[in-house]
Design a protein around this ligand. Structure first.
Ligand code: HEM
Length: 187
């Protein structure tokens, strides 16, 4: 896709030639960082609870997205009118950063939210955002995660975590929720 974008840009056929770099950046961050970290977070969740290793994909991917999705916050929203949230009212004209991870652990929506349960109906989570900006790549991301995790488990069913969970380091990022590294022992 990046090659095609570059080709049309070089041929002068792109309606927005100077946007090619922007599109490339968007696709790399939105399309790569996200899926990579979903796979890492899912493997960590599975290895921390090996009893669920044999659970069924693809339904499992929805629960991985809910339990430890790779994106911390939605795109920034702007209130055009006062918005009541619980006991608080956000005035009109404010920027709002919405924590997708917190929404996905809302006990009113998902009972026992801190529990990874690959059999729960996890649809309705906010890992891909909500509304008009809902993730364009969601079907591709679901497919990639399903294929990658399925292949990994098929090939290395005895995989274990090769680190003390307390030593794993999470990235210090506003947007991305993912690990610096995930050492595993394949067999
Ligand atoms: C697990 C993987 C992914 C996650 C968790 C994810 C999550 C998100 C989130 C939270 C948003 C913002 C939604 C909002 O503010 O309401 C978004 C937007 C977007 N995503 Fe993804 N994404 C993933 C994979 C992908 C992939 C693979 C692509 C493309 C190849 C992609 C392309 C985009 C684009 C273009 C937007 C902007 C849509 C708009 O503003 O209308 N994403 N994504």
């Amino acid at each position: 896709m990046l090659s095609d974008l570059t080709r049309v840009s070089e041929a002068g056929d792109s309606p927005l030639p100077r946007r090619t770099g922007v599109h490339g950046f968007l696709l790399l961050v939105a399309g790569h960082e996200t899926t990579v970290n979903l796979i890492g977070n899912s493997v960590l969740a599975l290895l921390s609870d090996p009893g669920q290793m044999a659970a069924l994909l693809p339904g499992a991917v929805e629960e991985f997205l809910r339990y430890d999705g790779p994106i911390n916050i939605a795109t920034v929203r702007f209130t055009t009118a006062p918005v009541p949230v619980g006991d608080v009212e956000i005035p009109a004209g404010e920027f709002v950063m919405i924590s997708l991870l917190a929404a996905n652990r809302d006990a009113d929506r998902f009972p026992d939210p801190d529990l990874l349960d690959l059999t729960r109906p996890a649809a309705g989570h906010l890992a891909f955002g909500h509304g008009i900006h809902h993730c364009l790549g969601a079907p591709l991301a679901r497919l990639e995660a399903e294929i990658a995790l399925g292949r990994l488990l098929d090939r290395f069913p005895a995989m274990t975590l090769d680190a003390d969970p307390a030593d794993l380091r999470w990235r210090d990022s506003t947007l991305i929720h993912g690990l610096h590294g995930l050492p595993v022992r394949l067999a």
